[in-house]
Write a protein that binds this ligand. Structure first.
Ligand SMILES: Cc1cc2nc3c(=O)[nH]c(=O)nc-3n(C[C@H](O)[C@H](O)[C@H](O)COP(=O)(O)O)c2cc1C
Length: 318
């Protein structure tokens, strides 16, 4: 289960906050959650326990349509919603605090699809960000209402609330399903360097992503790379002092750069200039290691040859 929680104090009475969230839900939900592209009630009347609606959202480039049901709704107090077609729950709890209201929002994803499991930590970060975004947007929208002057004449056009800035990762979101992974993998496939991601939270830190250059350099297809620890490239050549440096760096969650003897699928040795960097979430917690591999066999061979020729030249002059 993945859970995101956030709370804030809004300078509006609980009755106003409740009415904004519940009474005007169909208008305001897409305003505090800009990921919502469309919202369609499947029940008659306003929000109450049992009310059902359908939403289409775009989260990190992934479009999904789901139905949900209101499971609790107590005036000026709380609103609970549960997914019908997808396993999620969300809750708004309100607590009056003088003329302000403390709002607590929680979102729980009860199950992660099997094929999305390698990316569970990214989903966790997105859910936590999403929860923060909901309360921040609600506070901004509701407090903007306090500052708006009362319309002087009823015939004036209604005051438009300016559109909210988009969430950090929500770019080009409305274009296509799975757009961001698709675009990112195309970008990484144009790199001349090998690029790999390994997941330190899974047993033996397997590779969960490898780009085309890594396939080309190593000679292994992705199907034989994903799920294995990168050490398979060392074959039986394990007596390399640089490996101790890697172990020490990984133990301290530090980055490192070393050159290793590695072996292609054909058995041919190559010199791998390997750079490893920890990737952290916003709370500074390690989520993945990024590995960048560069085949420096030719360069190292050329510089060894230059050294040999220099030596010869030096010998000749003596
Ligand atoms: C992201 C990442 C990429 C790595 N890439 C390589 C690689 O291309 N070749 C290699 O020999 N080792 C690579 N390693 C190092 C091995 O996975 C392993 O950490 C190293 O062999 C030392 O640990 P061990 O004693 O468990 O083998 C990589 C490690 C990480 C975290």
């Amino acid at each position: 289960m993945i859970r995101g929680k956030a709370s804030a104090t809004i300078r509006q009475p609980a009755a106003t906050v409740y009415s904004f969230i519940v009474d005007d839900f169909l208008t305001n939900y897409p305003r505090w959650s800009p990921e919502v592209q469309s919202l369609r009630p499947l029940s008659e009347g306003g929000l109450r326990v049992g009310f059902v609606a359908e939403q289409t959202r775009v989260d990190q480039g992934r479009r999904s349509t789901s139905t949900f049901r209101v499971t609790a709704c107590d005036r000026d107090c709380r609103l609970h919603i549960a997914g019908i077609s997808q396993p999620f729950q969300l809750s708004f709890e309100l607590e009056a605090d003088g003329s302000s209201t403390k709002i607590s929002f929680a979102f729980e994803l009860l199950k992660v699809d099997f094929f999305m499991r390698p990316f569970e930590k990214l989903i966790r970060v997105a859910v936590e960000d999403g929860a923060r975004g909901v309360v921040t947007n609600l506070a901004r929208l509701l407090e903007a209402q306090v500052q708006l002057p009362a319309p002087p004449q009823p015939l004036l056009a209604p005051v438009q609330t300016p559109p909210l800035p988009r969430q950090t990762m929500d770019f080009l979101a409305s274009k296509d399903d799975g757009l961001i992974p698709f675009v990112l993998s195309q970008i990484l496939d144009t790199c001349v360097n090998g690029v790999t991601l390994s997941d330190p939270d899974q047993p033996d830190s397997p590779i969960i992503y490898a780009n085309s250059a890594f396939e080309r350099i190593s000679g292994y297809p992705r199907s034989e790379i994903i799920g294995r620890n990168c050490r398979f490239l060392q074959g039986s050549d394990r007596d390399q002092p640089e490996l101790d440096e890697i172990r020490a760096a990984l133990k301290d969650h530090q980055g490192i750069e070393v050159t290793l003897r590695n072996y292609r699928k054909s058995g041919q040795m190559f010199l791998n200039r390997l750079s490893i960097r920890p990737l952290l979430d916003r709370n500074g917690l390690l989520i993945y290691y990024l590995g960048v591999q560069y085949d420096v066999t030719t360069q190292v061979g050329a510089s060894a040859e230059i050294d040999r020729l220099r030596l010869q030249l030096g010998d000749g002059r003596r």
